[in-house]
Design a protein around this ligand. Structure first.
Ligand code: FES
Length: 121
């Protein structure tokens, strides 16, 4: 059973910004949506440093490092590539964030599909 869950309008996420959405049906963590080089990417808010994943922001929507060049886990300082989700610095070096597929309506509203994460397991 899947259903599209609306997040926001694509224009609401500016270049170099990230926002968290949730709770959402079928996901154990928030979904982080960011825009990098004009493209939207979505990741599960679950740092791979520990099994099960740890929420990464230290306050609402604080998912990027200070330079806004990487996704940052503020628990132990891991940095992740915004386009690939790969950890490039920190205790989970080489591990990946879980990518979440987005869909966009003709009007520019972005959606995730419920239970998507569970299908991966
Ligand atoms: S929980 Fe993310 S770096 Fe340790």
């Amino acid at each position: 059973m899947t259903s599209a869950q609306p997040l926001c309008h694509a224009d609401e996420i500016a270049e170099g910004e990230a926002r968290g959405f949730g709770p959402l049906e079928g996901y154990r963590r928030k979904i982080v949506v960011l825009r990098h080089n004009g493209t939207l990417h979505a990741w599960l808010d679950a740092c791979p440093h520990y099994p099960g994943g740890t929420p990464m922001a230290w306050k609402t929507d604080a998912y990027l490092n200070g330079e806004k060049t990487h996704i940052a886990c503020h628990s132990h300082g891991a940095l992740f590539d915004m386009e690939t989700g790969e950890c490039v610095l920190g205790p989970c070096l080489g591990q990946q964030l879980t990518r979440i597929a987005l869909t966009m309506s003709d009007e520019g509203e972005i959606f995730v599909t419920a239970a998507q994460e569970e299908k991966r397991a």
